[in-house]
Design a protein around this ligand. Structure first.
Ligand code: NDP
Length: 601
C-alpha cells in the first residue's frame, strides 16, 4: 500500500508558519479580546428593539407552575415537548422575542439559511410529519417548523412572549423558584429550566464615532426590511440608490452579502478575517426518498452525522461539506495502524489539505488578484465556523461590490457619513453590523441573577467556570436544570444535543413525580467527579483553541483556565448522550438526591 502521506503536496511548515503569523498579527492588534465588543445598551439600545413584532401591553401576572422554562428557542421548545411527552403539562415558557424560535426568530436577514442539513437540524420531523423542502432550508421555513412544534405541543397557551426573566431566587421555606420578569410578573415554579440557547445576545464592535454616524444602521439580527425592501429571498429593491457598508465576514455575512451585492448601488464589505467558504450544493428534497425513510431514521441520521464528522462512520448518510471535511483525506485502514502521534500528524495534514482546497476554490472563483489573496483563510478548519456558499465568493466579481480588506486590523472608526478603514473614509448611506453574538459558553455571569440555597449566586459559583453534573445539574441549586451550551456538549447541529438533554431532563422530572419528590439535587461529590472528568477531556480542546486565530470560539484568543469548564464536553455529543443513556439505564439516579414532600416541608 502506498504511503498515506504521499497525497499531501504542500509544505506543512510554511502553512503552519503562515497560520501562526496571521494569528499573532491579530492578537497583537486586538489585545482586548472580547472586551472589544459591546452590548446593545445605553446609547445603542435601539439596535436591540424587536422590529418584527410590536410589544403588546399586558398586565403583570402572578403565576404558579410546575415547570418554568426560560427561553423559547429550540432548546426551550424541545424541553417543553419532551416534558409533555412524559405527561408533565403544567409548564410555562418565557421568551424575550414576540414568538418562539430564538436564533431563528431574530435572524431573518436576506439569505438566512441553516447550512446544517434540514433532515438532521429540524428536530422532531418524524413526530410532526414535516417534510423540509430542501437539504438546506431558509429561515422562514425553519421558523414555520418552530411554530409547528409549538402548536404540536400546545405551547402557545403556555408562554409569555416579549418577557425576560430579571431574577430567580430559590425560596427555601417553600421549595420553589420565585422568578421575576421585566413585565412585572412573579412566577412561582417548582422547577426552573434555563434554556437561553447558544447565541443569546447580539453584539456590536466598539468603534470611535459610532454614535455620530448619521446614516441608517442596524444589526443583521434586526434586519430592517422597511429600509431595504425585499425579504429573506432577497429582492432588496429599496437599496437600488444606496451605498451600503457591512462590517464583518462571518457565517451571517457570507449569506447576506450576495443579496446585498445584487441590490445595492454599491456595497463595501469590510473584512478583518476571511471565512472559509466551501461548496454547499443545495437541492430540493426528493419526497419519495423522504417518505421511504423508516421510523427512527432521524435519530440515526443525527448520530451518523456526528460519527461521520469524527471520521468514524461506515456510511456517510449526510454526505456534505461537514461530514466529508478532513476525513476525505484520511484512509481509515491506514489510520487504524498508526500510532497516536502519527495519527495526530495525519489529521493535521488532512486539515491543511482541506484548507488548501478552500483556498484553491477562491482562486477558481474570484477574478481580481488582490481580492483573491485577501479572501483566503489562513487557519485550521475549525478555528472559525466553516461556511458553505455557492454565490458568496463570486459576489466580489461584481463591479458594484468592493472588498475592503483590513489585514486583520478591522474598521477603525465611524464618521458622520461613513466608515474609516485603512486610513480611508468610505461614505455610506447604510451600515450593517454583521458583528455576531455573545456565546453562552463563555458568558460572564449568568443571563439573569440566579440564587440557590443560602442565597448562593450562580455567577459567583461559576466565576472560575461552570461546575455541573452532566452539564445540567448544579450543586446548591435544587430543581434547576441548565440547557445551554455552557459546559455541555456542542455540535454544529445544535438541536441534536438539545434534544437528547431535553429527553433526559423530562425523564428525571417524571421520576421525581413518580416518587413524590419535592426536591431534586445533585450531590457535591457527583458534581466534583463530573467536573474532574470534564476537565480531563477538555485539555486537548483547550490546546487546539490556544493555537487558533482569534474568534468567539476561543474568547477572541484569550484562552483562560475557565474554558476548561465552560467549553464543550470533550467526549462529544454522542459521548454525552451515551453517558446519559447509560445513567438512565442503571436506574439508580446516581448522584442525585430526591427529597420527599414531608422532608422538604
Ligand atoms: P461572527 O462572530 O462569526 O462574525 C463577526 C464578524 O465581525 C467577524 O468577521 C469579525 O471579524 C467581524 N468584526 C468584528 N469587529 C470588526 C471590526 N472592527 N472590523 C471589521 N470586522 C469586524 O458572527 P456571525 O453573525 O457571522 O456568525 C455567528 C454564528 O452564527 C456563526 O459562527 C454560526 O455558528 C451561526 N450562524 C449559523 C448559520 C448556519 O448556517 N447554521 C448561518 C449564520 C450564522 P474577525 O473574524 O476578524 O473576528
Amino acid at each position: 500500500m502506498s504511503d498515506p502521506f504521499d497525497q499531501f503536496k504542500f509544505d506543512p511548515v510554511a502553512i503552519k508558519a503562515r497560520y501562526d503569523a496571521e494569528r499573532d498579527k491579530r492578537l497583537k492588534m486586538r489585545p482586548d479580546g472580547e472586551a472589544q465588543y459591546q452590548r446593545m445598551e445605553g446609547a445603542f439600545e435601539h439596535y436591540a428593539i424587536d422590529t418584527f413584532m410590536p410589544v403588546k401591553a399586558r398586565e403583570p401576572q402572578q403565576r404558579n407552575v410546575e415547570v418554568l422554562i426560560a427561553g423559547g428557542g429550540f432548546a426551550g421548545l424541545l424541553a417543553a415537548g419532551r416534558l409533555r411527552d412524559q405527561g408533565i403539562d403544567d409548564l410555562l415558557i418565557i421568551e424575550r422575542a414576540g414568538d418562539f424560535g430564538g436564533t431563528w426568530y431574530w435572524n431573518r436577514y436576506p439569505g438566512a439559511t441553516c447550512d446544517v442539513e434540514s433532515y438532521i437540524y429540524l428536530p422532531m420531523l418524524e413526530e410532526t410529519g414535516t417534510v423540509p423542502s430542501a437539504k438546506y432550508v431558509k429561515s422562514p421555513e425553519i421558523l414555520e417548523h418552530v411554530r409547528t412544534l409549538a402548536r404540536h405541543y400546545d405551547l402557545y397557551s403556555r408562554a409569555l412572549h416579549h418577557t425576560v426573566a430579571t431574577e430567580a431566587k430559590w425560596d427555601e421555606d417553600f421549595s420553589r423558584w420565585i422568578v421575576t420578569t421585566d413585565r412585572g410578573d412573579e412566577i412561582c415554579a417548582k422547577y426552573l429550566i434555563l434554556a437561553s440557547g447558544h447565541y443569546r445576545l447580539p453584539k456590536l464592535p466598539t468603534l470611535e464615532g459610532m454614535e455620530t454616524f448619521k446614516g441608517h444602521s442596524f444589526h443583521t439580527s434586526r434586519w430592517d426590511y422597511d429600509y431595504t425592501g425585499g425579504d429573506c429571498d432577497g429582492n432588496l429593491t429599496k437599496l437600488e440608490d444606496k451605498v451600503v457598508g457591512i462590517i464583518g465576514t462571518g457565517a451571517t455575512a457570507i449569506q447576506c452579502v450576495p443579496p446585498l451585492g445584487e441590490a445595492a448601488k454599491h456595497l463595501y464589505v469590510f473584512q478583518r478575517t476571511p471565512s472559509s467558504v466551501d461548496f454547499r450544493g443545495n437541492r430540493p428534497t426528493d419526497v419519495d426518498w423522504f417518505k421511504s425513510l423508516k421510523p427512527g431514521w432521524q435519530r440515526e441520521r443525527m448520530d451518523n452525522f456526528m460519527m461521520a464528522i469524527a471520521g468514524a462512520a461506515e456510511v456517510d448518510l449526510v454526505d456534505d461539506g461537514w461530514t466529508r471535511s478532513i476525513h476525505q483525506y484520511m484512509q481509515r485502514s491506514a489510520a487504524a495502524k498508526m500510532t497516536r502521534e502519527e495519527l495526530g500528524r495525519y489529521s493535521l495534514m488532512a486539515n491543511y489539505a482541506l484548507m488548501e482546497d478552500v483556498r484553491k476554490r477562491v482562486d477558481e472563483l474570484v477574478v481580481d488578484p488582490s481580492d483573491r489573496e485577501a479572501l483566503k483563510p489562513w487557519y485550521d478548519w475549525l478555528c472559525k465556523r466553516p461556511c458553505f456558499h455557492d454565490q458568496y465568493l463570486q459576489t466580489f466579481n461584481r463591479p458594484n461590490v468592493t472588498l475592503v480588506d483590513t489585514e486583520g486590523r478591522g474598521v477603525e472608526r465611524l464618521t458622520e457619513d461613513g466608515i474609516v478603514a485603512n486610513g480611508k473614509e468610505y461614505k455610506v448611506d447604510c451600515l450593517i453590523y454583521a458583528s455576531g453574538f455573545e456565546v453562552a459558553a463563555y458568558e460572564q455571569g449568568t443571563p439573569f441573577p440566579i440564587s440557590g440555597l443560602g442565597g448562593l449566586d450562580l455567577a459567583d459559583k461559576w466565576k472560575d467556570g461552570a461546575t455541573t453534573l452532566h452539564g445540567l445539574h448544579v450543586h446548591g441549586f435544587p430543581n434547576f436544570f441548565q440547557l445551554t451550551s455552557r459546559g455541555s456538549a456542542q455540535s454544529s447541529n445544535f438541536t441534536h444535543p438539545y434534544e437528547g438533554i431535553a429527553t433526559h431532563i423530562a425523564y428525571i422530572l417524571r421520576q421525581a413525580k413518580d416518587r413524590g419528590a419535592e426536591m431534586v439535587e445533585v450531590t457535591a461529590e457527583a458534581e466534583a467527579e463530573w467536573v474532574r472528568h470534564h476537565e480531563e477531556l477538555s485539555v486537548v480542546t483547550q490546546k487546539t483553541w490556544a493555537e487558533c486565530t482569534p474568534s468567539y470560539f476561543n474568547q477572541e484568543g484569550k484562552v483562560t483556565s475557565r474554558m476548561l469548564r465552560d467549553g464543550t464536553y470533550g467526549g462529544g455529543v454522542l459521548g454525552l448522550l451515551d453517558v446519559l443513556a447509560a445513567w438512565r439505564a442503571q436506574g439508580d439516579l446516581k448522584g442525585l438526591k430526591f427529597t420527599s414532600k414531608a422532608k422538604a416541608g
